[in-house]
Design a protein around this ligand. Structure first.
Ligand SMILES: NC(=O)c1ccc[n+]([C@@H]2O[C@H](COP(=O)([O-])OP(=O)(O)OC[C@H]3O[C@@H](n4cnc5c(N)ncnc54)[C@H](O)[C@@H]3O)[C@@H](O)[C@H]2O)c1
Length: 357
């Protein structure tokens, strides 16, 4: 039986890994992406339609052409350009998602998995207490977004839930950070420019990435850990990372749950324990065989939280999901991708840099 699934934002980091996973599991991915930050080279796991989620006629035509059973929604931008007004930018992101959900609902597509963020919980100090001893954050913790990005995602979630009265069922997945990559033969991986995520910022300088590329990505050569006096076991902040293929698998399980009649719900996808910044450095030393690598330390930033870690008990119980891959394998898989000639070539093209510069 044919099982087309529409993946909005499927040319991006998470969306391309979801398309890869769905194809391997017998679904037919249909990627819809405007390529604002995504990559055409990451869309080889099914059909690709280039356009914007807020273009109603375009989305209708894609729905008519493929008759998808459901949508997995990743299309969103977390960073305004320096020239954008952040308030308008995030209001626009939320508005576009609402238009998209309204359009697909009108086309009769009533099952959506929404990739959100655990940033919606905001300040988690109260969950952990002064000693950092309690945690991880569960879905019952009240969402109090502390940034325009997190607020726009929470409002996007709420809009999807509102459509429930019309038989529209949505699963919202909240997580902190994705890392790693599919096996190099798949030729997909994280390729943001600029790159603000911690693991590529740690790894790319260690892998001797050319200076012009590091500059174009906004990455400094020295890796700095801010704060070694947090109330955590080694004094560095605890952060949450899940392998991108484990996250893709969670989206597949949520999709299957909905297709089997599951109800609208919210799940956190977390490691439960998190990793300290020193754990991450140690994993990089091991995965890259660089035992002598030493980061620089600097004072913590004023609003840095000691621990941002999500739980997974509910996703484990209801969706049957748990992450399978370790921190070292996240780092080793990411490093294999960053070392691949395909990534470097794609990055030169994306940043307009040249190998000889
Ligand atoms: N990467 C992470 O670690 C992480 C962590 C938590 C949550 N998230 C969330 O997951 C989602 C995907 O993240 P990502 O890292 O894959 O981002 P990404 O930038 O790699 O992918 C987003 C994709 O959406 C597309 N897109 C954006 N606006 C669009 C529009 N209006 N119409 C059509 N396509 C559009 C982009 O071209 C891009 O391909 C985002 O909502 C992000 O906030 C990501």
């Amino acid at each position: 039986m044919s099982s087309p699934i529409l993946i909005s934002g499927g040319a991006g980091y998470l969306g391309s890994h979801a398309a890869y996973t769905l194809k391997n599991e017998g679904f037919e991915p249909v990627v819809l992406d405007n390529l604002s930050t995504g990559n055409a080279w990451a869309t080889s796991f099914g059909a690709f339609e280039q356009g914007d989620i807020a273009d109603v006629d375009f989305v209708r035509s894609v729905c008519d052409k493929y008759a998808p059973l459901a949508v997995i929604h990743f299309a969103s931008l977390s960073e305004p350009l320096p020239s954008d007004d952040p308030t308008c930018f995030f209001a626009d992101q939320r508005e576009k998602a609402s238009i998209f959900f309204k359009t697909i609902n009108a086309c009769g597509i009533k099952r959506v998995v929404l990739s959100s963020t655990a940033d919606v919980y905001g300040d988690l100090s109260a969950v952990y207490g002064a000693t950092g001893a309690i945690g991880p954050v569960s879905e019952v913790y009240p969402a109090k977004p502390g940034s325009p990005y997190a607020l726009s995602m929470l409002e996007t979630e709420a809009y999807a839930r509102m459509l429930d009265v019309d038989g529209f069922r949505s699963i919202t997945l909240r997580f902190f950070n994705a890392a790693g990559a599919a096996p190099v033969e798949a030729q997909i991986g994280e390729a943001h420019a600029p790159e603000n995520h911690l693991i590529p910022r740690l790894l790319l300088p260690l892998l001797n990435t050319p200076d012009n590329l590091l500059n174009a990505l906004g990455i400094k050569k020295t890796f700095v850990i801010h704060g070694d006096d947090f109330p955590t076991p080694d004094g560095t902040a605890l952060r949450d990372f899940v392998h991108v293929l484990d996250l893709a698998d969670a989206h597949r399980l949520a999709l299957t749950y909905l297709l089997k009649g599951g109800r609208t719900d919210v799940f956190n996808l977390g490691s439960n324990t998190g990793f300290s910044l020193l754990d991450i450095v140690n994993a990089a030393r091991k995965a890259l065989n660089r035992p002598n690598f030493t980061p620089k330390f600097a004072p913590r930033d004023e609003d840095d939280q000691p621990k941002l870690v999500a739980g997974r008990s509910k996703a484990e119980k209801i969706l049957g999901w748990r992450p399978e891959r370790s921190l070292v394998s996240m780092i080793a898989d990411a490093a294999a991708w960053y070392r691949s000639p395909f990534y470097l070539e794609a990055l030169y093209a994306k940043t307009g840099q040249s190998p000889s510069a």
